[in-house]
Design a protein around this ligand. Sequence first.
Ligand code: CTP
Length: 420
Amino acid sequence: MSDFPILDGKRLLLVISGGIAAYKSLVLIRRLREQGAAVRVILTEAGARFVTPLSVAALSEDKVYQELFSLTDESEMGHIRLSRAADLVVVAPATADLLAKMAAGLADDLASTALLATDKPVLVAPAMNGAMWEHPATQTNIGILTGRGVRRIGPNAGELACGETGTGRMAEPEEILAAIAAFFDDVALGSGPLPLSGRRALVTSGPTVEPIDPVRYITNRSSGRQGHAIARALARLGAQTILVSGPTAEPDPPGVQMIRIETAMQMLAACQGSLPADIAVCAAAVADWRVKGVAGQKLKKDKDGTPLLELVENPDILATLSRPGSTRPALVVGFAAETQHILEHASSKLARKGCDWIVANDVGTGTATFGGDRNTVHILRATPGGEASVEDWPELSKVSVGERLAVAIAEHFAAAGPRP
Ligand code: CTP
């Protein structure tokens, strides 16, 4: 789970309409509250059949608004004021019915009235049966709403509550959270040219998976959280970003081109195929070795006995990208995961791999960096004199490390002057 410092203090109006996915909105409320956002909820009549007002009130720590003509609601806060006392209105789940009402401008209950009356940006997270989503009526409604500037996250493809498979699953709470944060990032960045626009960035993330036979493999505990956060942050600053990633549970960062791979050899090929790039950040935990002579059939205990695995070293992707040549990115950044003598090991890694910067982190026992949410890093920069300069960053969430690194990269390019 990621942290989004930008959400601290933001005010959200969340409309929960009637779909089975409404339970996910309870998780969304909790996650938003954890980030320091205030969440006020309008629960439709159908929504209240899926989640109770009591759960919503407890999680949002606020009153739940349900009735258009409730005297108490009107005396405490009119529906017009309710619709405007927010920085962003989020509709999750957004049913086909509510989307149709929004597109047509109907206002026959509190949710639709607030959505018609609001002067604030709106983000919808549609959720419905696949046939309903694909129906021309829904697609036309979505087109109308998009044309009016309504933002959308999802729906995703997969198994639906009705038992069918198709596109219609509401985006996961974590994806909606990221989309809300992306909206506020956009607002914070303003409409001027972004600092990394016109630059191409390549990021590696996650573990690699090295097969033993068709069903067994060797891998590591990398979550991909840090690499994904960096890709997201570079894209937010305007870089055209490609993320080459091993299997992870992380959502795809918005606005980033994904290349999914499994093995180190595939990661290398994908990286080389993505050049030229101005920036390369190698955050992946690439398996140092692969199995020599991967068995074509499943190894059998009775036939093969206890196998003795022979390993061969994988190519070093960071070192390969750092090699001088016409396609070498102008800035190559590597990571050094160390358990002791962090700066010493990281600076020798900087020299050995030939990259420009190393983000050194302590992954020793007790730090919970691997697989965790937080990271304490040191930025080592190669200098002409040979001695690396070191900058210590405080303990930050991986999202914040990604944002700060992207800003440092943008500053580096700004200092280097315009493109040749
Ligand atoms: N890396 C890579 N390809 C490899 C191995 C590592 O691109 N085959 C990159 C990682 O993405 C990271 C950096 O190299 O940016 C450092 O990885 P790390 O595992 O810490 O270092 P190693 O080179 O494996 O050195 P050691 O095992 O001695 O610590």
